[in-house]
Design a binder for this molecule. Structure first.
Ligand code: PLP
Length: 408
């Protein structure tokens, strides 16, 4: 891809090593892993290696990894599969207001079918208060699902603390870790996690493959019924090349996670510092420190996110406004509204998410190109007419902690 790609939260390029690892499973080792002959066995061996590689990255056992068709499917599996498996115990699920739609819409689906769901609020940084969770748990609560890091604003939740409250109260805990697996260290045992969703294409693996970690001994009902694959937890002939690609992506991530975190956070910090200094009436969204190493997200007032994106695209710079799944719709992001931003401010959101291939020169180029784009758009915008640049302060949408000028 030509240009500057700052949209790694939407998807990442498939690493050449990953493609190389996958190719034999298209060309020679294309057997069905359920077949008993040697052609099936070599496909099964590829899958076994991948299962071990995914497990290693998470601190899990290989038999605790269930391969799925995506991160979305893993989230659906965790919520619906638990609602069915635990129906004798209760009918209450707790989640947060800022989850990805893969969790939120699944929770809403379950509500339509008789479950009760509590949506915990977040503060202006996007953090769930563990005390709110403690108060929300009742005798009928069967599952808590709180994402590890938010895909729009990058805030990382205090997952270990949240999970230990769940463990104390004997409630199962699921985390959507689609944005963190391979990018920040995770240990499912240390963190007391019962279910964890991940997606290959967010960590330099192929699209259309994910996994759900299911802690040993925890019951979950399958969503997809058939030949009993994945120990009866997800039927259908497995996507062997995709699974092998996911395994290789996890192996590489485990080796390189520290270096990638250092590289990305340097670029992220430079972007945050540069945008806040060079673009008047801009604010950082998400937590200044507890955030993904690759996420720099902002709102710029008196401007539409879509027009920023189109102008950046014209310069061959690729970014997002809110999440990729909601861009294209005129509704303000539920995440930005949940952290207390007013609709008009939320409409001016920009998410830059860097990756291992980005350079400091690309950041410099962005910081050269972006401020004049904002200036030009504001000059043309009816909503900015006659408003002084300092008008940002004192509005209903100013964050209670005033971190709009914070630099990470
Ligand atoms: N959860 C989060 C936090 C995400 O960011 C995404 C993708 O954007 C998903 C779930 C869905 O993953 P997939 O694209 O593999 O279905």
């Amino acid at each position: 891809m030509k240009g500057i790609y700052f949209d790694h939260a939407a998807t990442t390029p498939t690493r050449p090593e990953v493609v190389e690892a996958m190719l034999p499973y298209y060309r020679e080792k294309w057997g069905n892993p359920s077949s008993l002959h040697s052609s099936g066995r070599e496909a099964l061996e590829g899958m076994d290696t991948a299962r071990q590689q995914v497990a290693n990255l998470l601190g899990a056992y290989p038999e605790e990894i269930v391969f799925t068709g995506s991160g979305t499917e893993a989230d659906n599996q965790a919520l619906i599969g638990t609602a069915i498996a635990q129906q004798q115990k209760g009918d209450h699920i707790i989640t947060s207001a800022i989850e990805h739609h893969a969790v939120l819409h699944t929770a809403q689906f379950l509500e339509k079918h008789g479950m009760k769901v509590t949506y915990l609020p977040v503060d202006s940084y996007g953090l769930v208060d563990p005390e709110d969770l403690r108060k929300a748990i009742t005798d009928t609560t069967i599952l808590v699902s709180i994402m590890h890091a938010n895909n729009e604003i990058g805030t990382i939740q205090p997952i270990a603390e949240i999970a230990s409250i769940c463990r104390e109260r004997e409630v199962l805990f699921h985390t959507d870790a689609v944005q963190t697996v391979g990018h920040v260290p995770i240990d499912v045992r240390e963190m007391n996690i019962d279910f964890l969703s991940l997606s290959a294409h967010k960590l330099y693996g192929p699209k259309g493959v994910g996994a759900l970690f299911v802690r040993k001994g925890v019951r979950i009902a399958p969503l997809i019924h058939g030949g009993g694959h994945e120990r009866g937890r997800r039927s259908s002939t497995e996507n062997v090349p995709g699974i092998v690609g996911l395994g290789e992506a996890c192996r590489l991530a485990e080796l390189e996670i520290e270096a990638e975190m250092a590289h990305c956070s340097k670029l992220r910090d430079q972007l945050i510092k540069g945008v806040l200094a060079k673009v008047p009436d801009s604010l950082l969204t998400g937590h200044p420190e507890q955030r993904l190493p690759n996420n720099a997200s902002f709102c710029a007032r008196y401007i539409e996110g879509e027009s920023m994106l189109l102008n950046l695209d014209f310069e061959n710079i690729f970014a997002s406004s809110g999440s990729a799944c909601t861009s294209g719709s005129l509704e303000a992001s539920h995440v930005l509204l949940a952290i207390g931003l007013a609709h008009d401010v939320a409409h001016g959101s920009l998410r830059l998410s860097v990756g291992r291939g980005n350079t400091i020169e690309e950041v410099d180029k962005f910081l050269e190109v972006f401020p004049p784009i904002v200036e030009r758009l504001r000059a043309m915008s009816p909503i900015s007419a006659g408003r002084p640049a300092s008008d940002f302060e004192g509005g209903e949408d100013v964050h209670e902690h005033g971190h709009e000028s914070e630099v990470v």
